[in-house]
Design a protein around this ligand. Structure first.
Ligand code: NAD
Length: 370
């Protein structure tokens, strides 16, 4: 059985609390002979600032580079509001994304039937929803130059951001989306604003050509990003994989997130390019939520987003799809049994702690393994 090296960066607030539950899941998988993991632990965010005066130390960056995958909790909190901008907690996450060249952000939006009533949309619209948003993460308007505010000298200023995409950036994110679709329902919806943006025209052309050349077996459709936003809340189940740029992906993935009810339920993966020699790719897995300082230390955090992120690591970094399916099934069964953390309790009279939820998922895994 192969051993996978995972670098754990629990971070701040509820990060360490939810990471502890992942370690229990991983320990069980080791005992059950499903997989074997070697964990190293590091500091990131406010915790790293307190220890080293940086949001991540060079030593811990090197460990992140060397690992088979990084599991990241969350960073930030009021304690570090006044630290210098360059070493603020969030800078640690941005550095990881940049140095590991994580250009593909995968955000699944899954609505477990037991939680369909927690969505702001009607049950029939969201029940059993399973879509994947693939967002380009290292290009586009967030990074394009020029990016500045110019003083026009007449009492006016001009703010400039530049939306810029090169062919290779669109091709590599498109490839991630098409490959994912092949393992799902075989459909990709590509989204841009080609009606008003040149980068959208190029995006559309490149995705269309890539599809024709390498993925003709996958169904491809194009939707303008504004219309896609509308369709996401009208009938989200029409989608399988959605691929879009950094800006639209940022917004559309948040819309999709809310279809599923709670931030505490949402995992994510950020992937780099596959090394042709080793077949491996850099990857970081993290829940979508932040450090939730309002509930930190109270045992109230929902560990499902963090455990789901670990499940994504099994699937996308280690090729352990069956083990990942088992984790999703265990989560689904525990929710169906009625167990709830506070964030997803809805009208229920009681709720359980982070630890009880984590241990219930491990117990369910044991039952599934038999
Ligand atoms: P947040 O996601 O931390 O919390 C938003 C709300 O959701 C809070 O009420 C919180 O209690 C609740 N919540 C979040 N995760 C939960 C979970 N697992 N279980 C139960 N409830 C949960 O966002 P915020 O309040 O805007 O930010 C708090 C801090 O986190 C800030 O310092 C922010 O910069 C940081 N942040 C970090 C990341 C990250 O590390 N990737 C992402 C977003 C925010």
């Amino acid at each position: 059985m192969a051993t996978y090296n995972i670098f754990l960066l629990p971070g701040d607030g509820i990060g360490p609390e939810v990471m502890t539950e992942v370690e229990k899941v991983a320990a069980f998988m080791g005992q059950a002979g499903l997989a074997s993991f070697n964990f190293e632990r590091g500091l990131v965010g406010g915790a790293a600032y307190d220890a080293h005066g940086a949001s991540i130390s060079e030593d811990h960056m090197a460990l992140a580079q060397a690992a088979d995958a990084v599991l990241f909790g969350a960073v930030g909190g009021p304690k570090w509001d006044a630290v210098p901008y360059d070493v603020r907690p969030e800078a640690g996450l941005l550095r990881l994304r940049k140095d590991l060249a994580l250009f593909a952000n995968l955000r699944p939006a899954i609505c477990y039937p037991a939680l369909a009533d927690a969505s702001s949309l009607k049950r029939e619209i969201v029940e059993d929803l399973d879509i994947m948003i693939v967002r380009e993460l290292t290009g586009g308007v967030y990074f394009g130059e020029p990016k500045q505010i110019i003083d026009l000298g007449n009492g006016q200023k001009r703010g400039i951001d530049t939306q810029v995409y090169d062919t290779y950036e669109i091709e590599r994110i498109g490839r991630v989306a098409f490959e994912l679709a092949r393992k799902r329902k075989n459909k990709v919806t590509s989204s841009e604003k080609r009606n008003v943006m040149k980068s959208g025209v190029l995006w559309n052309e490149v995705i269309t050509a890539l599809h024709k050349r390498e993925f003709p077996d996958v169904q491809l459709e194009h939707q303008l990003a504004d219309s896609l936003g509308m369709q996401l809340v009208r009938w989200p189940k029409q989608f399988d994989v959605i691929v879009t740029d950094n800006l639209f992906g940022d917004m559309l993935s948040d819309v999709a997130a809310m279809l599923t009810g709670s931030l505490g339920m949402l995992p994510s993966a950020s992937l780099g390019e596959t090394n042709p020699k080793t077949g491996k790719r850099k990857a970081l897995y993290e829940p979508v939520h932040g450090s939730a300082p309002d509930i930190a230390g109270k045992g109230l955090a929902n560990p499902i987003a963090m455990i789901g992120s670990f499940g994504m690591a099994l699937r996308y970094s280690f090729g352990l799809g069956e083990a990942a399916d088992m984790i999703e099934k265990a989560i689904s069964n525990v929710l169906a049994s009625g167990l709830r953390t506070a964030d997803i309790k809805g009208d229920a009279a009681s709720y359980v702690s982070t630890t009880v939820m984590g241990e219930a998922i491990v117990a369910e895994l044991k039952a599934l393994v038999g």
